[in-house]
Design a protein around this ligand. Structure first.
Ligand code: IPD
Length: 305
């Protein structure tokens, strides 16, 4: 029921903030030299896990287990270690978390990293909590109740004027994509090919052939979760990545949907003007997100109940 979901939301929000505080303190200790980076490679030298990832995941996992022992738990580090019962998302109540999204940024002490906590029903994220402690940003969303920044600012932000969105008016958009961690020389994992696809998309939408305008910029933050939050805010217009896991996107998808944006697990349709955006299905590796479309009165997004 709505009341039970609200209770779970309150619990998840507090959990996200406490876990965010753990990240904040670990980063501060590293800045002062008190804590050494203790990183281990997973698939390759860019796919790393730090002691902080593991400590924060253990804290989140334990807290959920104590409060909701019957819920499923899917966490990035538990999965990597092979201790998750089943990493695939099924229809039962499931927590899908990334204790530290943007681990490479954390390793370099670049501030774009966060805790990402999602709660799913029927394989759909209905609660999303994202806490980026060094940016002082906490994003939260509850199905049918909207998406919020720091608890008080409703998303999307009410730009004035609301910038136009591709493809009707591509002029002035910001595109964001991620490089991922796969460095193998295979079609699906080839970094250069991924970036080429993205840049082509940006160029097409940006109106190279007189379609009316240039993109303002292409960004790559290093955290898929934060990318989705920024599309939810309206700070980014489009985000694309071909190589995500469920925990990289689950919370961000809830945020984006509650902010009126669209996300799909498909390649961009050839004709984005008329093609319907297929519904998102967790478990794909490829995601495309588009922020809320403003209407002619300048309103953005749907309003939550
Ligand atoms: C990674 C980040 C990165 C994205 C990768 C993810 P992690 O998550 O979100 O931006 O490109 O696909 O795996 O390992 O830092 O939690």
């Amino acid at each position: 029921s709505d009341t039970v979901l609200r209770e779970i939301y309150d619990f998840a929000l507090e959990l996200g903030q406490n876990a965010g505080q753990m990240l904040f303190e670990a980063a501060q200790k590293r800045m002062s030299g008190e804590l050494q980076l203790d990183e281990v490679e997973k698939l390759n030298s860019v796919d790393i896990v730090t002691q902080t990832d593991e400590e924060v995941e253990a804290f989140i996992r334990q807290s959920i287990l104590e409060k909701y022992p019957d819920h499923n738990f899917v966490g990035e580090e538990s999965y990597s270690k092979g201790s998750s019962k089943d990493y695939l998302i099924d229809d039962s109540p499931t927590w899908c978390i990334d204790p530290l999204d943007g681990t490479v940024n954390f390793a370099h002490l670049s501030p774009f990293y966060c805790v990402s906590i999602a709660f799913l029903l029927d394989s759909q994220p209905v609660i999303g909590i994202v806490c980026a402690p060094f940016l002082h940003q906490t994003f939260s969303a509850l199905r049918n109740h909207g998406a919020w920044l720091n608890g008080t600012t409703r998303l999307p932000l009410q730009h004035n004027p609301v910038p136009p969105l591709p493809p009707q008016a591509p002029k002035g958009c910001i595109f964001s994509c991620e490089w991922g961690k796969d460095r193998r020389d295979i079609p699906d994992g080839n970094l250069a090919r991924k970036v080429e696809t993205f840049v082509n998309l940006a160029t097409e939408l940006g109106g190279r052939e007189g379609k009316g305008g240039m993109v303002h910029g292409v960004r790559s933050l290093g955290s898929a979760t934060l990318d989705l939050c920024y599309v939810a805010m309206g700070g980014f217009d489009i985000w694309w990545e071909g190589g995500c896991w469920e925990w990289d996107v689950a919370a961000g998808i809830c945020l984006l949907q509650e902010a009126g944006g669209l996300v799909t697990t498909a390649n961009p349709p050839e004709d984005m003007d008329s093609a319907p955006v297929p519904p998102v299905k967790l478990g794909g590796r490829l995601y495309l997100a588009i922020r809320a479309v403003g209407d002619s009165e300048g309103e953005t997004g749907k309003q939550a109940q």
